[in-house]
Ligand binder design. Structure first.
Ligand code: SIN
Length: 504
C-alpha cells in the first residue's frame, strides 16, 4: 500500500483535550491531530482543584494528594502540580474562562472527597470541563501558531533506530498519512473504553498507550484504574456521571431500604476516597442490596448541577424527588506512558502528557479534580521541554509491520473484551480471575488483531491484566480479594519495558 507522507517542521500533538491544547499553546508552533469529537476534558463535571482559598496552601493540597494516592505518588511531581494551581486558574481566566463566583465576586470553591479544604473551582456548576475545553479550543482557533487538524485518528508511531520520528494517522475518509515530525506528544487520554461500564467517551480507547508500547516506551502503574463510584444506571453506554460534588453538597448513598451504607465502610462515609466508595457500591450490587444516590436535600439542583439534572431527566428521574440508581464505572487511568513532569518518555522524540502519561502524580489513586489541573500545569512544562529538546527533524521512520493493512472496523469481539475486563480485571480482582482473563484474551487475540480497534483493545487489555497479576497486594484502585491488604514490600511503582515491535 502506498502511504502519503507529509513532513511537519514542528512538533505534532495527538489529542485536543486540556493536556494537548496546553502543550500546543505553549509551543512557538505546533500541529494538533484530533478525532475532533469531545474527549474526557469536555465531559469533566468535577472541576479544577487549586489551593486558592484563604485557609488553603499548595502544601495542604499536596498532602491530600499524597494521602489519597495509596502512598506511592511521587512527592516532587505532586509538589509541582499543586504549586501550579493558582497560576493555571489565572491563565484560564486571562484566556476568557468564566468560573462560578460567590456573592463577593470571588471564585466559589466546592469540596470533594479526600480534600480537607474547599478548593474545587467550577464553571456552570457541573460543566467545568466544557468551559475549559471551550476556552482552550477558542485560544487555539485564534492562534497563528497552532494548526488543529480534525478528523484524524492516530494508528501508530513512526520510528527509526534513534527513536520516534512521527505518526501514522487515518482521516475520517480512511486516507492514511505518515506525518514526519521532530517531536510527538501523546495527549490521547486514558483507557476507559476497555471496560464495559465507563464514564469515558467512545474515543477513549487507549490508542496512545498501545502505540507507545509498540515502540518499546517504558510504561508505568498499569494496574491502577480508577472507578468512579456513581455512574447513573440508566442503560446508557458510556454511563452518565453523577458528579462527586453532589456528595460534597450533602447527597448520601443508600440501599434499597433507604439506609446509608457508607457509614460502616469509612469514617468519612460518602466522602471517603473514591476507591473505597466505589467498592462499597460494587459490594452492594454483589449482594443485591441496591445502591442509590439520595440527592433530594441538594438545594437548587437544576441550576447548580444542570448536566446531571439533564441526564436524570433523560432517564425519567427527578433528583429532587427520586433516588438515583448508581453503579461504579471506569473513569480514570493512573497508569500510562512513564514520564516525568517534563513529559519525556524513555524513547527519544516521544513525550506524553495528561491521562496518557504516568508521572506518578496520582500514585495508586487520583484525588478528585486533580486531572484538569494536571493537564494545565504539566501541559505548560511539557511545551517548555519539547521546545528546548527539538532538533532531530528530517528523519523518515516506519510503522509496525502489517498495521497499515488492518481494517478500521471495530470487531464484535471488542465487546467481549470489555465485558471480560469488567468482570475479571475490574474493581475486585483475584489471581484466578486475572489468569482466566489472560487465557481468554489469548483465545480472542486472533479475531482482534486484524483490525486497528481490535488490536488496540487487545494490547491495552493485555497490559492492564498482566500488571494486575504482578501486584499481589491491594492499594488504591487495585484491589485483590486474595490479597486484601497493602504490602509494604510492594509500595513502589511498577515499571514495564515492552519489547519494540518489528517495522515494515
Ligand atoms: C466528579 O465530578 O466526580 C469527577 C471529578 C474527577 O474525576 O476529578
Amino acid at each position: 500500500m502506498t502511504i502519503e507522507r507529509v513532513e511537519l517542521a514542528d512538533p505534532v500533538v495527538i489529542g485536543s483535550g486540556v493536556a494537548g491544547l496546553s502543550v500546543a499553546l505553549g509551543l512557538p508552533r505546533a500541529t494538533v491531530l484530533t478525532v475532533g469529537s469531545l474527549g474526557s476534558t469536555g465531559w469533566a463535571q468535577g472541576g479544577i482543584a487549586a489551593a486558592v482559598g484563604e485557609d488553603d496552601t499548595a502544601e495542604l493540597h499536596a498532602s491530600d494528594t499524597m494521602t489519597v494516592s495509596g502512598g506511592i505518588a511521587v512527592q516532587r511531581a505532586v509538589e509541582v502540580l499543586t504549586a501550579g494551581g493558582s497560576k493555571a486558574i489565572e491563565r484560564l481566566i486571562e484566556l476568557g474562562a468564566q468560573f462560578d463566583l460567590d456573592d463577593r465576586g470571588e471564585l466559589k470553591l466546592g469540596r470533594e472527597a479526600g480534600h480537607q479544604r474547599r478548593r474545587i473551582v467550577h464553571a456552570d456548576g457541573d460543566a467545568t470541563g466544557a468551559e475549559v475545553q471551550r476556552t482552550l479550543s477558542a485560544a487555539a482557533d485564534v492562534s497563528d501558531s497552532v494548526d488543529v487538524l480534525e478528523g484524524w485518528r492516530m494508528i501508530d508511531l513512526l520510528r527509526d533506530d534513534l527513536g520516534v520520528t512521527g505518526v501514522l494517522a487515518v482521516d475520517s475518509a480512511g486516507k492514511i498519512v505518515a506525518f514526519d515530525s521532530p517531536a510527538v506528544i501523546l495527549a490521547t487520554g486514558g483507557i476507559g473504553q476497555i471496560y464495559r461500564h465507563t464514564t469515558n467517551p467512545a474515543v477513549v480507547t487507549g490508542d496512545g498507550l498501545a502505540a507507545a508500547s509498540r515502540v518499546g516506551a517504558r510504561l508505568a502503574d498499569l494496574e491502577f484504574v480508577q472507578f468512579h463510584p456513581t455512574g447513573l444506571m440508566a442503560g446508557r453506554d458510556p454511563m452518565p456521571l453523577l458528579t462527586e460534588a453532589l456528595r460534597g453538597e450533602g447527597a448520601t448513598l443508600v440501599d434499597d431500604r433507604g439506609r446509608r451504607f457508607m457509614l460502616r465502610h469509612h469514617p468519612d462515609a460518602e466522602l471517603a476516597p473514591r476507591d473505597v466508595v466505589a467498592r462499597a457500591i460494587f459490594w452492594q450490587h454483589d449482594k443485591q442490596a441496591g445502591a442509590f444516590l439520595d440527592a433530594r436535600n441538594v438545594e437548587d439542583f437544576p441550576s447548580r448541577f444542570p448536566t446531571v439534572f439533564a441526564y436524570a431527566q433523560e432517564a425519567g428521574l427527578d433528583p429532587r424527588e427520586d433516588l438515583l440508581p448508581v453503579s461504579p464505572a471506569a473513569h480514570y487511568f493512573m497508569g500510562g506512558i512513564d514520564a516525568g513532569s517534563s513529559g519525556r518518555s524513555s524513547v527519544s522524540g516521544l513525550w506524553a502528557v495528561g491521562e496518557a502519561a504516568s508521572t506518578g502524580v496520582h500514585g495508586a489513586n487520583r484525588l478528585a479534580s486533580n486531572s484538569l489541573l494536571e493537564g494545565l500545569v504539566f501541559g505548560a512544562l511539557v511545551a517548555e521541554d519539547v521546545h528546548h529538546a527539538q532538533g532531530l527533524g528530517g528523519r523518515i521512520g516506519s510503522w509496525t509491520a502489517g498495521l497499515a493493512e488492518c481494517s478500521l472496523e471495530r470487531p464484535p469481539e471488542v465487546d467481549a473484551v470489555r465485558q471480560l475486563m469488567w468482570e475479571r480485571v475490574g474493581l475486585v480482582r483475584t489471581g484466578n480471575g486475572l489468569w482466566d482473563a489472560r487465557n481468554r484474551l489469548v483465545e480472542l487475540q486472533p479475531r482482534l488483531m486484524g483490525s486497528i480497534p481490535g488490536r488496540v483493545a487487545f494490547e491495552v487489555a493485555a497490559l492492564v491484566t498482566t500488571a494486575a497479576l504482578r501486584r499481589s497486594e491491594s492499594r488504591g484502585g487495585h484491589y485483590r480479594a486474595d490479597y486484601p491488604e497493602p504490602d509494604s514490600f510492594q509500595a513502589n511503582r511498577n515499571l514495564v519495558e515492552p519489547i519494540p515491535k518489528e517495522t515494515e
